[in-house]
Design a protein around this ligand. Structure first.
Ligand code: FES
Length: 142
């Protein structure tokens, strides 16, 4: 399997690893097939993601994609963060082997799950804003 230099670099030196104790939103997603789990913590000030940290128990591509995802949303507005898809993450990493595409999907969904948690905590129904989150909380089995 061929990985881009950027994937290898983010795998070796992942950015924003850790937890945020007083996070405004926490998202946890997992892929039931490979068993990998991604947890994302967001600090949000006036609709801007002021801080983000992640913990990934998973493959190297899952670590690289979550690292890149945090870089892509840090300092961005919620609206811009919601525009970050798995494709955005993959392009920023100069691509992923086909069998590893689902790892980038996990990164996209971790962001959305954390934002959904943020809205839920504020008493706002996240569904109309975020939509369905496929791998959230292990509800999906495909
Ligand atoms: Fe499943 Fe990478 S192998 S997230």
């Amino acid at each position: 399997m061929e990985y881009s230099e950027k994937v290898m670099e983010h795998f070796a030196n992942p950015r924003n690893v850790g937890e945020i104790a007083d996070a405004d939103g926490i998202g946890e997603v997992g892929n039931p097939k490979c068993g990998d789990i991604m947890k994302m913590y967001l600090k949000i000030d006036k609709n801007v993601i002021s801080d983000v940290k992640f913990k990934t128990f998973g493959c190297g591509a899952a670590i690289a994609t979550s690292s890149m995802a945090t870089e892509l949303i840090k300092g961005k507005s919620i609206n811009d963060a919601l525009k970050v898809t798995n494709k955005t993450v993959m392009e920023a990493l100069d691509g992923l082997p086909p069998v590893k595409v689902h790892c980038s999907v996990l990164a996209e969904e971790a962001i959305r799950a954390a934002l959904a948690d943020y809205y839920t905590k504020k008493g706002i129904d996240p569904k109309p804003i975020i939509g369905e989150i496929k791998n959230c909380c292990y509800k999906n089995t495909d």
